[in-house]
Ligand binder design. Structure first.
Ligand SMILES: *Cc1c(COP(=O)(O)O)cnc(C)c1O
Length: 410
């Protein structure tokens, strides 16, 4: 530990590259064994550490990006632009032209984007342009909406029920050189149930068959599936096989008599990366305030739980000294910021950590480093572990990088 601290600082992330490969292979196998024509588009926003994105690309993942920033990163790591899936609510005219020139997979979800596509088609009359549409439809099951955060309806995509989707299809079909080749339906649901995906896949297939039969190349069901959860979460998540089963069953049934079966695209984020990062933070001090133990570490809730939810992540203490005959204490782990609510863990029972111990937080790979605000301290380093070898894949920020002179006026 001392050597790691000397090289990387008193708090840092470790990336388990083997685990990442395992996740990829497991997801791929679950789906591909049931429906051959299957692609994984890794959701960049979940964790766009360049090294991680590149590793997934090497395994065969497409890049699923939702902004020009992410698109440019995919190009920068050497991704073939034809293996970039460009989603997201905001794409400029220039973004769309660029992506179409590059023959990326572009899914539009608004009429203003369709205008850019049409402009491009008119400017390139000899070019066959392929476009996908993100659709929005009711996914409630027996009248219950499964959307995240209790929303009754999702805000993304083109509404099917009010006729917008049909209008858009008609508008695009007016131009002979535009072909609608895919449908996209990503829905964030709170329970991430396998059965919800049966509904999503079924609806996407039926809409595709009704409206865009000729030239259908892909059905993209988005992401939102659970990965393997830590036992301490006490949530039973469907396995990859349990997700793949209904989804592939629907695909096989709906396209049974098709000679060219469309590609099934899944866009996992969380499921791919949640369990591949751990965060290690050094214990700086232990404080007792009116009978409560506060373990202060050189880390922050921003590093591991940017949404500040109260659920404890799986964690353990790396102790410098053996504890013998200890009494069990209850303690909180708190961070370096000056916010009262900077708790990395609540009400942990066990032997009290000591100064210079390290606390390891697991399952911090998804929506963490991409959400880590530049608040009070520089961002820590990230170290990849691959078969025992260590590579620092993101250095700890310096003062000069944090207060970049190209950005700030001093
Ligand atoms: C965020 C997002 C994903 C990934 O979602 P997870 O819940 O992390 O699997 C996939 N596709 C799109 C379009 C997204 O916005």
């Amino acid at each position: 530990m001392c050597e790691l601290e000397r090289d990387f600082g008193s708090s840092f992330f470790l990336l388990d590259v083997n685990k990442l490969r395992e996740n990829y292979k497991k997801i791929e196998h679950a789906f591909k064994s049931r429906y051959e024509n299957f692609i994984i588009g890794y959701s960049y926003k979940t964790n766009y550490l360049p090294y991680l994105c590149k590793e997934l690309s090497k395994l065969g993942a497409y890049a699923e990006v939702v902004s020009r920033l992410e698109y440019d990163l995919a190009i920068k790591i050497g991704e073939d632009p034809r293996r970039i899936i460009f989603n997201g609510p905001i794409k400029s005219r220039e973004d769309i032209q660029y992506a179409l020139n590059n023959e990326s997979i572009v899914n539009i979800e608004s009429f203003y984007e369709a205008d850019f596509v049409k402009e491009y088609a008119l400017e390139h009359p000899k070019k066959q342009i392929k476009i996908g549409i993100r659709v929005n439809f009711d996914i409630s099951d027996n009248g219950i909406s499964p959307h995240q955060a209790g929303y009754d309806i999702g805000r993304f995509g083109i509404c099917v029920e009010n006729g917008d989707f049909q209008n858009l299809v008609m508008q695009l079909k007016e131009l002979k050189n535009i072909k609608i080749t895919g449908l996209h339906g990503h829905f964030s649901t709170s329970e991430r149930k396998a059965e919800t995906y049966r509904i999503i896949t079924e609806k996407l297939c039926r809409i595709a068959k009704e409206s865009i039969l000729d030239g259908l190349e892909y059905i993209d069901i988005g992401g939102g599936i659970y990965g393997e959860l830590p036992k301490s979460f006490q949530t039973v998540a469907p396995t990859f096989d349990e997700y793949a089963q209904p989804i592939c069953e629907v695909m096989n049934k709906e396209f049974n008599d098709f000679k060219n079966k469309p590609t099934l695209i899944l866009e996992p984020g969380l499921a791919m990366v949640a369990n591949v990062l751990i965060f290690i933070a050094k214990v700086i001090d232990i404080k007792n305030i009116r009978g409560n133990h506060f373990v202060l570490v050189d880390g922050s809730v921003h590093n591991i739980k940017p949404t500040m939810h109260k659920r404890n992540l799986p964690m353990h203490v790396i102790r410098q000294n053996e504890v013998s005959g200890y009494t069990k204490e209850i303690f909180d782990v708190v961070g370096y910021t000056c916010m009262e609510k900077d708790y990395l863990a609540h009400d942990i029972a066990g032997a009290l950590p000591q100064q210079d111990d390290y606390i390891v937080f697991e399952n911090v790979g998804a929506y963490t480093i991409v959400f880590n605000p530049p608040f009070i301290k520089v961002r820590p380093s990230i170290v990849a572990v691959d078969d025992g070898e260590l590579v620092e894949v993101r250095r700890k920020e310096t003062f000069r990088q944090f207060f970049n002179e190209e950005l700030y006026y001093f």
